[in-house]
Ligand binder design. Sequence first.
Ligand SMILES: [Zn+2]
Length: 85
Amino acid sequence: MTLEIQLLILFALGMLWYMWRRIKGSLQHLEDNEMRDFIQKRLGKNDLKRVREHLLSCEECKDRLDEIQKEPHRPSPDRFLKRRF
Ligand SMILES: [Zn+2]
């Protein structure tokens, strides 16, 4: 094998890996905790992007997000922990 072919294979594998990660990310439904963090704007930059992209393409999670938003607000566990320690 020449170096060029090896590089090409490496590049193709990299692309596949990247695409697989993106597809996997968008197929996996969001967790309730992630949605709560999203509503409370506590997500990091990368998570926020992933959640937004998923919500754009997933009706199921959009409905779930609406439901969570309707829930009465409870004190978050974060605040509870901070108060204790
Ligand atoms: Zn979903």
